[in-house]
Design a binder for this molecule. Structure first.
Ligand code: ADE
Ligand code: ZN
Length: 346
């Protein structure tokens, strides 16, 4: 059995985690009090707060493709809007970024990419780059205090327009905000439909400007979303991608091109993509030779941290310590850390 202490000691990265999903209960209580915002009902845990958004799929019917997960994800994204709406000042933004770096460090994470989707942060509409600057300030302070380095993946919301996406990329290429190293897209594929074509030019522009690309797909979409991410969006990594398991040719492509999947088993179960850990395809993806990393997605509302989820992954899927060392090395390889840091951590 691999325990959490052994796991914390492994040099590792987390590559699929949303800053929007990292506010602890105490962060939320403090932000709500500072802003004079009432909390929805008695809350002993962040889960109690989040249940007002009703994001846990009401009925989880079968593994994959049932659509039950989309209901869970839609409500969950609304919950993220609500809590990010509590971050209104630059000081508050810097504080949540700093707290994230501190919690990653405590879980034994030595480097983290973090996804930031400014559309959730409704107090910052029209001031997205001021938000990025405040977040980078918090991450700078964290690194100066010896906490882990964190870089930002700027995420489009899947329902945004092509024009909005291309404007954002042009602005990123011009302003080069500190710590922003990648373009991402997240949100609900069930609601927005197939968005590969829509975002093709934005991702091409990001690639030309030297930004990495990571794409949510194969969670609320089937294999088609993963194909589009590779063929149309030049994705270097897929966030989730688990439903690629339904398509053998796609698996072969992921293996051949060494495109990694940022898998989040607990998130998939919580949001109803799979009914339980036993039905999750993580083991099958690993055995097929896909470069799989294990991540939390939204650790705070899902009530977890990366060290815990790696320990649960080892136990539920029967991985031993040497397997987990493999996961650790892959997480560093798949990360968007610069080469010097990758070398130090390997
Ligand atoms: N944003 C935060 N978590 C997400 C998820 N699991 N899927 C899509 N968008 C998200
Ligand atoms: Zn995600």
């Amino acid at each position: 059995r691999v325990d959490e202490q052994q796991i914390r000691a492994l040099p590792k990265a987390e590559v699929h985690v949303h800053l929007e999903g990292t506010f602890s209960l105490i962060d939320l209580l403090t932000l709500a009090r500072e802003n004079g915002v009432p909390l929805p009902g008695p809350a002993a845990t962040i889960f109690d707060i989040s249940t007002h958004a009703d994001y846990v799929a009401p009925e989880v019917t079968s593994g994959g493709g049932s659509g039950a997960g989309a209901a869970g994800l839609t409500g969950f994204l609304r919950f993220l809007d609500w809590q990010c709406g509590l971050v209104r000042t630059a000081e508050q933004a810097a504080r949540v970024a700093y707290a994230f770096a501190a919690r990653q460090t405590a879980a034994g994470v030595r480097y983290s990419d973090v996804i930031v989707n400014p559309t959730h942060w409704n107090a910052w509409r029209g001031r997205e780059f001021a938000l990025l600057d405040a977040l980078a300030g918090g991450l700078d302070d964290a690194e100066q205090d010896g906490l882990c380095r964190v870089n930002i993946a700027y995420s489009l919301l899947r329902s945004q327009s092509a024009v909005d996406a291309e404007t954002i990329v042009a602005e990123l290429a011009r302003a080069r905000p500190r710590r922003v190293v990648a373009l991402s897209v997240d949100g609900d594929e069930k609601v927005a439909g197939r968005t590969g074509e829509k975002f093709r030019d934005a991702f091409a522009g990001a690639a030309r400007a030297g930004f990495h690309r990571t794409v949510h797909a194969g969670e609320s979409s089937g294999p088609d979303g993963v194909w589009d991410a590779i063929d149309l969006l030049q994705a270097e990594r897929i966030d989730h991608g688990v439903r690629a398991v339904e398509d053998e040719a796609l698996i072969a492509r992921l293996v051949d091109e060494r495109i990694s999947l940022g898998v989040c088993p607990r998130s998939n179960v919580t949001l109803g993509i799979y009914p339980d850990w036993g039905a999750h395809p993580l083991r099958r993806l690993v055995d097929a030779g896909v470069l799989v990393t294990v991540n939390t997605d939204d650790p705070a509302p899902m009530g977890t941290t990366l060290d815990v989820d790696w320990a649960v992954t080892a136990e539920r899927f029967g991985f031993d310590l040497s397997d987990m060392i493999g996961f650790a090395q892959r997480s560093i390889d798949a990360s968007f850390a610069d080469d010097d840091l990758k070398r130090d951590l390997s």
